[in-house]
Design a binder for this molecule. Structure first.
Ligand code: ATP
Ligand code: MG
Length: 406
């Protein structure tokens, strides 16, 4: 026997009043999107503050459905469920409960509690009577089990609604808020460990993300670019398709290298990345930037450096990893499946032109003075880089980066 249905549990916080239907609509929409590539035919329904996913036939893989649902933000828990048409025939319900018990717990001597709910008030037994009768039937069939009403190992839920729902397991969901309930932001995505994890965390709050990647051909390779597209694809398993903007940064980098003190290179480059990302963000209706920065991780991420980088942006910059230790970021990257790709050893544009002793406490006055030497030529280079940026749509279905005019 196989589960045919799933009860979707979501956090109630922020889902009161008018917000509630916005939240639920977005959640249902994303569940449908994530189930699209999964084999089988599914219906997603809402019934009195509940969301159900039901398979129309047995032609599906249980683990594929669970995998798809575990990538949906806004889901707190997933309960695989047996469902039967509403009946007033107690024997039929009891039989279904016992076969569920056999499948999931076999002969394991677990402590349990039956928790029935009767939304259908025409059902002839009260929920207390159902609890007692079903508990009795389970004990009779599995004498090694025992009832524990306070701290049971298993809570068996039986709900008499439009259907009769039977479930006892809750698998963890991805948490967060449904996609599309919180605007759109532009992620500065490099090939490292941090920025994909940062994109994941902000997207988890319901924010749709796009991404910008700065490369420096021929100093950085096609393989490095493909790696970043692959990272975007991995994040998109959660966040939905990501529009990845590839910006050619070579001329700008060479020009900065030529005109500015080398110890200021990284910080000035980072300022230009932020300026360009902010302009593309404006064109794409993004209302925030996201980076993978973390205080003190490298010279360009001291408080003084962050102050300097931040100064050039007027959009809010979200840095969800700001207080994370590296090991925590690594663990997160492993959990979301980006780590193995992130550690592939391809060159990054920042590392190629890096100075031996970059400033760790940049003075904003000095940096501004150095940047004056770049004007006006650099402004034209920036315009050109933005105009010529390439757009690649990254989603889990597209293994080869496909270019799209959008
Ligand atoms: P990551 O692991 O994300 O590459 P990092 O530890 O290498 O981060 P930096 O190189 O200082 O840190 O970059 C800080 C942040 O700047 C990155 O997290 C990312 O958001 C952005 N960034 C750096 N390089 C690039 C790039 N080539 N393209 C786009 N964004 C970049
Ligand atoms: Mg990096």
């Amino acid at each position: 026997m196989q589960y045919q249905s799933f009860l979707i549990k979501y956090a109630e916080i922020g889902t009161k009043g008018k917000n509630r239907s916005v939240f639920e609509d977005a959640l249902v929409h994303d569940i449908r999107m994530k189930l699209k590539p999964v084999k089988g035919d599914f219906i997603v329904t809402r019934e009195r503050g509940r969301i159900y996913v039901s398979a129309k036939s047995e032609d599906f893989e249980y683990k594929d459905v669970l995998d798809a649902l575990s990538h949906v933000f806004g889901i707190a828990g997933i309960c695989p469920m047996l469902q039967m048409p509403n009946t007033h025939d107690y024997k039929a319900i009891s039989q279904k409960v016992l076969s569920h018990w056999t499948d999931v717990y076999g002969e394991r001597p677990v402590s349990f509690k039956v928790q029935s709910r009767r939304a259908d008030k025409t059902f002839p037994m009260t929920s207390n009577e159902l609890d007692a009768e079903l508990g009795h039937d389970i004990l009779e069939a599995f004498p090694e089990c025992r009832v524990d009403v306070h701290t049971p190992e298993v809570r068996l839920f039986v709900e008499v609604r439009q259907y009769i729902n039977i479930y006892s397991e809750t698998l963890p969901g991805a948490g967060g808020m449904p996609l599309g309930t919180n605007g759109k932001a532009m992620l500065l995505l490099s090939g490292g460990i941090d920025s994909p994890a940062a994109g994941y965390l902000i997207s988890r709050r319901g924010v749709v993300i796009e991404a910008c990647y700065f490369h420096a051909p021929p100093y950085t390779s096609e393989r490095a670019k493909e790696k970043v597209a692959q990272l975007a694809r991995l994040v998109s398993r959660f966040s939905g398709a990501i529009a990845l903007h590839i910006v050619n940064f070579t001329d700008i980098q060479l020009y900065i290298y030529d005109k500015c003190p080398h110890e200021e290179l990284t910080i000035i480059m980072r300022r230009y990345m932020m300026r360009i990302a902010e302009r593309i963000a404006g064109q794409r209706h993004c209302i925030g930037l996201i980076t993978g920065e973390s205080i003190g991780q490298v010279a360009s991420q001291t408080m003084e450096s962050l102050f300097c980088t931040n100064e050039v942006c007027s959009l809010p910059v979200y840095r969800p990893l700001i207080s994370f230790d590296k090991q925590d970021i690594v663990s997160l990257a492993q959990k979301i499946g980006t780590y193995e790709t992130s550690i592939l050893p391809y060159e990054d544009c920042c590392t190629i032109f890096v100075a031996k002793h970059p400033v760790t406490r940049p003075d904003p006055e000095k940096i501004r003075a150095s940047e004056k030497k770049l004007i006006p030529e650099i402004d034209e280079m920036v315009d050109k880089a933005i105009q010529e940026a390439e757009l690649i749509w990254c989603d889990p279905g597209r293994e080869n980066a496909g270019t799209d005019a959008d």
